[in-house]
Design a protein around this ligand. Structure first.
Ligand SMILES: [Zn+2]
Length: 266
C-alpha cells in the first residue's frame, strides 16, 4: 500500500533504508529540522544542515522514487543557547523559498524552560510573518502534558496562526484529545519499545477517529524503525480495518495537511 512518511530524519539513515521504505510503499516523506545527536558548535553547522535537508537529501530520496520535503528551525534541545538560536533563526527566511521547504519545524519544547518558550514564540512569529505551516515537537515522559498545554497556548496567543495549519507531533493518550479539540492536527510517532507503540497508536485511532491525524516513524539517530508506518498498516489490517480506512490515515491525511503549503506535490 502506498503511504507517506511525514516525519523522518533521513540524514541519520542509510541508502538501504531509503530502498526498504520505497519497497514498502513510501512515495513521499518530510524531514523536520532536529537535533543531530550532538550540540552543534555554531550557526555555521546549521547552514550546512539546512543545505543537507533542502538540497542533498531530496537527491538521495529521488534515486528511490521518493519525494523529499523538509522543515526549518532550531530545535528545542539546542534553543537553550539564545544567542545561537537567534543566529539560526536569522538564517531561515531566505531559505523558506527553497522548493522542498514546507514550513517551520520541528519547533516546540523539550524541558519546558523559559528560554525554550521564548524561542518557540519567535518561531511562531516567523511562521505567521511568512505564512508557513508549523510542525511541533512535544516533550516526552513527565514533561509532555504541561509542555503540550504551554505550546497550544503559545500558538493560540498569536492572531496570525490558524490551528488547521499546525501539526502537534508525539501525541499520546493524555494529550491527543486536547490537541484535536482545539482544532490542531495530531501526529503519532511510533517507537519500537518506549513511548507510543504501534498497538497504542492503533488503539488511539479506534478511540478518537481518523480526522486530522497522521502517523510517522521519526526514524532518527536513536532507537527507531523506518518501517514503523508499514508495520502499523499491518496491525490495522490484522484488526480488520479496510483499505480505504487505512489509506486515509497513511496517505490522504498527510497529503491534505502538507498540501496546504502549496509546494507539496506527488
Ligand atoms: Zn523528529
Amino acid at each position: 500500500m502506498k503511504y507517506i512518511e511525514p516525519h523522518g530524519h533521513m540524514v541519520s539513515r542509510t541508502t538501504d533504508d531509503y530502498e526498504r521504505i520505497s519497497l514498502a510503499g513510501c512515495v513521499a516523506l518530510s524531514e523536520p529540522a532536529f537535533w543531530a545527536g550532538f550540540d552543534r558548535s555554531s550557526a555555521q553547522g546549521f547552514v550546512d544542515y539546512f543545505d543537507q535537508i533542502t538540497v542533498y537529501e531530496p537527491m538521495r530520496a529521488a534515486k528511490y522514487h521518493i519525494q523529499h520535503y523538509s522543515w526549518l528551525c532550531i530545535n528545542p534541545k539546542e534553543a537553550e543557547d539564545m544567542v545561537l538560536a537567534d543566529e539560526v533563526i536569522s538564517l531561515i527566511p531566505e531559505r523558506l523559498s527553497r522548493p522542498n521547504v514546507l514550513g517551520i519545524g520541528e519547533i516546540g519544547l523539550n524541558k519546558n524552560s523559559r528560554n525554550e518558550l521564548t524561542i518557540l514564540e519567535k518561531h511562531i512569529e516567523l511562521a505567521a510573518e511568512h505564512q508557513q505551516l508549523i510542525l511541533v515537537h512535544t516533550p516526552h515522559l513527565e514533561d509532555k502534558l504541561k509542555g503540550t498545554r504551554l505550546t497550544l497556548d503559545a500558538l493560540e496567543a498569536h492572531p496570525g496562526i490558524s490551528p488547521e495549519r499546525v501539526i502537534i507531533d508525539h501525541v499520546e493518550e493524555h494529550t491527543i484529545q486536547m490537541v484535536l479539540d482545539r482544532g490542531f492536527w495530531a501526529g503519532m510517532t511510533l517507537y519500537p519499545d518506549s513511548k507510543c507503540s504501534i498497538p497504542r497508536a492503533v488503539d488511539m485511532l479506534e478511540c478518537y477517529g481518523t480526522e486530522r491525524i497522521w502517523m510517522n516513524s521519526a526514524c532518527d539517530w536513536g532507537h527507531s524503525n523506518p518501517l514503523a508506518v508499514p508495520r502499523a498498516i499491518l496491525e490495522l489490517k490484522r484488526r480488520g480495518h479496510d483499505e480505504d480506512y487505512i489509506e486515509n490515515i497513511v496517505f490522504e491525511n498527510p497529503k491534505a495537511f502538507m498540501s496546504q503549503s502549496g509546494k507539496f506535490r506527488l
